[in-house]
Design a protein. Structure first.
Length: 494
């Protein structure tokens, strides 16, 4: 972030604009709209600025720029067509620690003028740090199209209720929860629909209900078990994103990327509770206890999990702890790693001519210790097999399946960091997967897919086709595996 976004109160503050043409006139109009006291400095003025001076709305200082004009000014805008003059203004402003914007010159500017959507009292500013002003304008147009026309009225109406809400609800958390529900619910819908009387009635009812509910022990906490998807931020569900943005606390797994955590509220607490196969981990008992404690004291907790909460995510154990404590919860499913990673690799998990079923297992206990997986049955089957958490036991999993009857030349592929910009795919025969993965340096998180469906991706030439869209967030070049793969041509994305 090269610039810190700020909304400055310029009411009756002295500001200087250097320049007398059309561009300067536009900047003067924006400053006047913000309530500033504007002085214009230029050898001569265009018609628009002459009219402003004649009307007495601005002060005019004729002549070339003089650094002495900066005395007492809060900020200055250089809007001339002469770069040397603009450079002189910027240098003089820097010497006096006065904020300076040079129009269309980000290098000389100490602040920038963003594109603005004005639905006062709601203001939305959009900036590309001066590198792509046309893009900023396009974004402004798109947001303008989406934004309700009465959003400013909604903000003013909400402001009229602030004192009553503050009086009735005792804590910041209770008030925050109330406002989230009201502005995302019926009161706001009625106001935006042009019915303020009905909106007031709905608001009064909601406030009475909330005040009664919080009069005793706080019972407004809830846990949302949200599937974050396999890694690409675009694959979290809309409902999951909504709840992530409403949470007071986000308890997240190790594999949830920072790009998704960025969607959380700025004041939300981010609590890592991940597990690392050979490193520091938070025990499941500790996670359960923390989840119960936070919900019990009235917090809205987003328990954010990679993939889906109920696919090797221990979501059922956390739900059981919440149920035992008598606390509310919701489960929001996510795109599983199996679905997301297979799709990003061009591999169909089922195919009516090849595989009519898919089995998802974990390779975490494939060394035979406390392992209730029926590997013999999986070895005999000919449908697709997806193995989670199998990187460190890839050799054992492959050998065991072959020992129990799976053909050594069964196609297999391992997908590392699937759906992300770091995705890599290594394919080959089942009996060679351990060697190929080790040679490629594959590390968790990675997913192993076994079955003839892998040949479909190979025949479709998935990775070299220019007609197939890449998953959002990455686009990588393709190179052939250096190792021969005995007739299997699945590519490796570095």
């Amino acid at each position: 972030m090269n610039h810190l976004p700020l909304f400055a109160n310029l009411a009756q503050q002295p500001c200087l604009v250097v320049g007398g043409g059309e561009v300067a006139a536009r900047k003067v109009d924006r400053l006047l709209k913000a309530g500033a006291r504007v002085t214009i400095n230029a050898p001569e003025l265009g018609a628009k600025l002459q009219a402003r001076v004649a009307a007495g709305s601005v002060r005019y200082q004729a002549g070339e720029f003089d650094p002495a004009l900066l005395a007492g000014q809060l900020l200055v805008i250089a809007a001339t067509s002469e770069r040397e003059t603009n450079r002189s203004v910027a240098a003089a402003a820097a010497a006096r620690r006065c904020l300076c914007n040079v129009v269309d010159d980000g290098e000389l500017s100490s602040f920038i003028m963003p594109s603005v959507i004005d639905r006062s009292p709601v203001l939305i500013a959009i900036s590309s740090n001066g590198t792509a002003p046309v893009l900023s304008r396009l974004l402004r147009q798109r947001i303008e199209d989406w934004l309700p026309s009465r959003i400013g009225a909604l903000a003013s109406w909400a402001g009229s209720w602030r004192e009553r809400v503050r009086t009735r609800l005792r804590t910041h958390t209770e008030r925050a929860h109330f406002w989230q529900d009201a502005l995302d619910g019926q009161p706001a819908e009625l106001l935006l629909g042009g019915n303020p009387t009905a909106a007031d009635a709905a608001m009064a009812t909601a406030l009475d209900t909330s005040a009664a509910a919080t009069a005793g022990p706080n019972t407004r906490g809830i846990a949302w078990l949200v599937g974050a998807g396999p890694g690409d931020p675009g694959l979290i569900t809309r409902r999951g994103l909504q709840l992530l943005q409403r949470a007071d606390v986000v308890m997240h797994d190790r594999l949830v990327p920072d790009d998704i955590l960025e969607f959380a509220r700025r004041d939300a607490r981010l609590v890592p509770v991940g597990k690392h196969p050979h490193g520091p981990s938070t025990s499941q008992d500790e996670i359960n206890a923390q989840l119960v404690e936070r919900v019990r004291r009235g917090e809205r907790v987003c328990r954010l999990k990679g993939g889906d909460p109920y696919i090797f995510g221990r979501g059922a154990e956390e739900v059981a702890a919440l149920v035992a404590a008598g606390l509310p919860y919701q489960v929001i499913p996510g795109v599983t790693a199996a679905n997301g990673c297979a799709a990003a690799a061009g591999i169909p998990l089922t195919h009516r001519k090849i595989s009519g079923a898919v089995t998802i297992v974990t390779g975490h206990s494939a060394d035979g210790q406390q392992d209730d997986t029926n590997w013999a049955a999986l070895a005999r089957c000919r449908h697709t097999l997806v193995v989670y958490m199998g990187v460190y036991r890839l050799v054992e999993v492959s050998a065991r399946l072959i020992e129990l009857g799976r053909a050594p030349d069964t196609p297999a592929a391992i997908i590392e960091n699937g759906t992300t910009g770091r995705q890599r795919i290594v394919g080959g025969r089942l009996d060679e997967m351990g060697r190929l993965a080790a040679a490629a340096g594959i590390q968790p998180p990675a997913l192993l897919i076994i079955g003839n469906v892998i040949d479909v991706a190979d025949k479709l030439d998935w990775f070299t086709s220019t007609n197939l869209p890449a998953p959002s967030g990455y686009s990588q070049p393709v190179e052939q595996l250096e190792e021969p793969d005995n007739g299997k041509n699945l590519r490796s994305i570095p």
